[in-house]
Design a binder for this molecule. Sequence first.
Ligand code: PMV
Length: 335
Amino acid sequence: MVDQSIVGQHLESVGRATATANFALSKYWGKQTGGVQQPAVPSISVGIQGLTAEAEVRLNYGTNQEHEIRIAGNPANEKTCRRIETLLDAVFAHSGRKAQAIIRSDTRFPIAAGLASSAAGMAAVAGAAWIAAGLDPGDRSAIADCARLGSGSACRSVHDGYVAWEPTDDGSIIRQVASADHWPLELCLVRLDDRPKKVSSADGMLHCMETSPVWSSWVERAFLDAVEIEQAILDKDLEKLADLVEANCLLMHATTLTARPPIFYMQGRTLQVMETVTSLRRDGLPCFFTVDAGPNVKVFTAPGTAQTIKTALEDMAPIDVYAIGGGLTAEESSI
Ligand code: PMV
């Protein structure tokens, strides 16, 4: 998996990986206090085929130069650099060897518009760094733990299909709930606005924790939701899942709307799409919505029904259809 060679006086190794975005059915919204990117609540996501990020990590041993990090061809901003440095330090703690990293990462979809680009990107960087460091690519839990330091939800992109991320007494665990084959739901992504969100998820959740009067209700309910959502997935019970996922999403957004000052991730058109989805379901179409820290609406549909639901919604906005699946693939590397 890892290719190492002497380049000049330095040992250099390269790792490459791709990872897909994941969308939460039960939201990660809140961090443990004092912890590093550990969740306050459990979350369950599903990986999305085709929303893919790729990364190449080149490690130079024997030089003290600073890391060089480029995303979509541009130098990464300071915040992203800091997060990736923390991620790299975690990888080096496993390998026992520090190195200068030269990182190239790119997504094949818009960054930071609530399309989970950072999750896919950070999972790909973690996978590529892990491979470049010569570590075992089968150790998904350890890779997930490093990815989490780049972006919390990135740890869920390390497995395919339905994935749970749960707080524990001393951190968190990641596990696959079911593969995508278990229940191949489909996704209509209703693209209302591809611009970067105004408030990052990290800043947003912190602000809501500190100022929203409904925060404790959210945390209490999120634990119950995760258990019930997992069961609905295992039972392939769409009606139950629809009810739970929409309620979980709306309670998360209740914390943003009741924060002081409020954060408006949703737009007026977001509400219109959400309402239309609920009336389509009342009319017998198997679909439900969820919305993350941005205005776009993710409409999940029963296997084989995405095109019908796309047709029903496409007057409202452009819609892309995706299959679920996803996960992390570490690729063969050559210098
Ligand atoms: O991983 P972050 O810090 O981008 O947070 C993700 C937050 C939500 O997308 C709103 C919810 C989730 O569980 O993905």
